[in-house]
Design a protein around this ligand. Structure first.
Ligand code: NAD
Length: 696
């Protein structure tokens, strides 16, 4: 329950609100502050008021637990509360520590004075939810920091440290001590107590370059990709701050309500909540014990092992890194150092910080040494035989209670756990490349994985600042299993007439960070070749185009060999359509007897996205994913799916599952490819034909 405290310090009423964990401005908090303000107004001994958040921070904004409930809009609304503060006859000083975001900052902007601690972070991140600040932020911020700064803060949505705002009218004082004590001092001063309270709304916005700044901001947004409505509308609203305050407020309000209804905002809000929901895992509670995570080991220091090592070092976890031999270990260490050197070169890290992190790295060839680690992450070749040898060895040396994790992309985690005498300590930790950058961590729960092992893995995910999604065991887990379905369609599309660059362009216009063929060239085709070969051997009747195999036979394994689906004459960043591939495709079509046809963008997008959705529905029904939104998180954070579309499953919901089913059935009539591919997943069919056609 929120807690509002009220005390008198000389003639200053100090109102402090607490609503852990982030002092969200819930209805109860708003009502409590409003009542405390009224009490201060009514008390003749009070001359000034200090408003502050307890528990070390001001407020991170709206209480997300209230989103979509009547409480979020119940009186007093945030706008009403803000109005009360701004029109208070007694001056209000906001004391800001820690986080001051969104509605929290909008509240502070309405105070008459603001004192912040130097390490406080202030920002208006609403664009990240496809919205703009809806409680006066677009009108008050420019009056305090100027139009250019306001555009920057609102359009980027990034919090800014208080020190960076010290020279603006937003902050009257930036202090290295407790901001509350200084705020009370300021409030008690004659200077504040005797002057009429200065109101932010009355500050004129004298901006000579108003139009030019707005135009430049719009041009920057249009040049970026994707072009989303919220930042554009935010620029319009900020420009309106040059006019009368109430008119600007009305423009902001209208834009806010319209944005709430856009598919982009719905997608972004879904993505936001989906990430939070993914942390709720069946069988894991706050009281599930967790094991220590003080020391780690990484086995195999190739592409993934090196990236995983950097992720652990970044989190301050000391680790032993091991390899198959001395030369390989040297190469692995060089890879880790190379990643850090690259960051130093780009100015993302200081040399001393790099050295501090690298000091935690302990290369070793001794299995006895790594046995002391609390968690060991295996990232050796994707071969069951190699993994078998590694896990048998780990079982011999790892201390009791150590967590044994595999970074396998596709192999059976239960089989791997069975190589040890402690399958309950084994699970998958599937990182994505580059492992120190990509936010997704698929946590693969084996049949025998103990709850505390899973809970510890989730804790590790947090420590590494990843978004952890729990997956059950299946070939490819959630993400790669869906990717495989979509890739098979992408290859069929080439066979039927589309060029790789046409498919990539269509998917990039849809919003994918990169089209499937550009991604393939980036990650390399040899790994997926090996996986296809295994699947053909393991699954009788497995149908898949031989076109990507033929590409590999030409030695075109992607960027690392100078070319794959594309040529790269100007380096890795610029893909160029390849004449060799065009010839390969033409010959291949002739061999399989397919006459190419024109394929439009909507067919490309629907086939590639609905292949994900149909497989996602199977994954959901089999219980591999706990909920549709977990699947969305996997695709948003690991596969470059456009966040404003909310993920493939949410997108399907928006299109309508009945429409998706219709299209799936239509594709099943395509004479080319694999007719069984488009068998509708039973869950998709059931839901599409039900009265409530939505995922869980
Ligand atoms: P890689 O070939 O770059 O690295 C594998 C490393 O393991 C090599 O350096 C090799 O010397 C080392 N190694 C082999 N046998 C070993 C042993 N017995 N002991 C110690 N080290 C040994 O491969 P990678 O791309 O880093 O993939 C590693 C694992 O991660 C695979 O299981 C792969 O499926 C998985 N994975 C890869 C990606 C990716 O994008 N590359 C993404 C997620 C998961």
């Amino acid at each position: 329950m929120p807690d509002i405290s009220y005390r008198l310090d000389r003639a200053v009423a100090v109102i402090s609100f607490a609503n852990p964990p982030v002092n969200g401005l819930s209805h109860a908090v708003r009502a409590g502050i409003s009542a405390a303000l009224a009490r201060a107004q009514a008390d003749p001994s009070v001359r000034t008021i200090v408003l502050t958040g307890a528990v070390g921070l001001f407020s991170a904004g709206a209480d997300i637990r209230e989103f979509g409930t009547p409480a979020s809009n119940a009186d007093p609304t945030l706008r009403q509360l803000i109005d009360l503060v701004e029109t208070s006859a007694k001056p209000v000083v906001a004391a800001i520590a820690g986080t001051c975001l969104g509605g929290g900052l909008e509240l502070a902007l309405a105070a008459h004075y603001r004192v912040a601690s130097a390490d406080a972070k202030l920002g208006l991140p609403e664009v990240n939810l496809g919205l703009l600040p809806g409680a006066g932020g677009t009108q008050r911020l420019p009056r305090l920091v100027g139009m250019e700064r306001a555009i920057d803060m609102i359009v980027n949505g990034e919090p800014v440290p208080a020190t960076g705002l010290a020279n603006t009218a937003l902050l009257d004082l930036v202090v290295n001590s407790d901001p509350l004590a200084r705020a009370v001092e300021l409030a008690a001063s004659a200077e504040v107590a005797t002057k009429p309270p200065p109101r932010t709304r009355d500050i004129p916005l004298n901006e000579p370059n108003l139009a030019a700044l707005g135009e430049a901001a719009r041009a920057r947004l249009k040049a970026g990709r994707p072009v989303l409505p919220a930042p554009m509308r935010a620029v319009d609203a900020i420009e309106a701050a040059a006019g009368p305050f109430d008119e600007g407020l009305a423009i902001e309000r209208r834009a806010f309500l319209e944005l709430m209804d856009t598919p982009e905002s719905k997608g972004l809000r879904h993505a936001f909540f989906a990430e939070r929901t993914a942390a709720k895992v069946d069988g894991i509670t706050a009281s599930t014990p967790v094991r220590p995570l003080d020391q780690a080991s990484v086995i195999g220091a190739g592409t993934m092992g090196a990236g995983i090592a950097v992720a652990l070092l970044d989190a301050g976890i000391p680790l032993w890194l091991t390899e198959a031999g001395e030369a390989a270990l040297d190469r692995g260490v060089a890879r880790v150092v190379g990643i850090y050197d690259g960051q130093v070169k780009k100015g993302k890290l200081t040399a001393s910080e790099r050295d501090r992190r690298l000091a935690l790295l302990r290369p070793t060839l001794s299995y006895e040494t790594i046995g002391q680690a609390d968690v060991v992450i295996e990232a050796v070749f994707e071969s069951m035989e190699v993994k078998r040898q590694v896990f048998i060895a780990l079982d011999q040396v790892m201390k009791p209670g150590a967590i044994l994790a595999t970074n396998t992309s596709t192999l059976d985690v239960n089989t791997i756990a069975g190589f040890t005498r402690r399958p309950s300590d084994v699970l998958g930790l599937h990182f994505f490349s580059p492992a120190n950058v990509m936010r997704l961590l698929e946590v693969v729960r084996g049949r025998a994985t103990a709850p505390e092992v899973l809970a510890t893995a989730l804790r590790l995910g947090k420590a590494l600042r990843k978004v952890a999604v729990v997956s059950g065991v299946c070939d490819g887990f959630i993400g790669n299993r869906m990717l495989e379905a979509s890739s098979r369609q992408a290859w069929y599309l080439i066979e039927e007439g589309a060029a790789p660059q046409e498919i990539d362009r269509a998917m990039e216009s849809f919003g994918m960070v990169m089209g499937p063929f550009r991604v393939g060239d980036l990650v390399g085709h040899d790994v997926s070749l090996a996986i296809r070969q295994r699947r053909r051997a393991e699954r009788p009747g497995y149908l898949c185009s031989s076109l990507p195999d033929k590409l590999c036979q030409l030695g075109r394994l992607g960027q690392k060999t100078g070319g794959g689906w594309y040529d790269y004459p100007e380096g890795p960043r610029r893909s160029t359509p390849s004449a060799v591939v065009e010839e390969l495709v033409t010959t291949h079509r002739a061999e399989i007897g397919v006459a190419p046809r024109q394929i439009d963008d909507s067919e490309i997008v629907d086939r590639l996205v609905y292949a994900l959705v149909n497989e996602g529905a199977r994954i959901l029904e089999e219980g591999i994913a706990a909920r549709a939104s977990d699947i969305d998180v996997v695709y948003l954070t690991g596969y470059g799916f456009p966040r404003a579309r909310g993920g493939p499953m949410f997108y399907a919901d928006q299109v309508g599952l009945d429409q998706v089913l219709l299209r799936v059935r239509e594709f099943a009539h395509n004479p080319h490819g694999d007719p069984a591919f488009w068998t509708p997943a039973p869950l998709l069919k059931r839901l599409a034909e039900s009265s409530a056609p939505r995922w869980n």
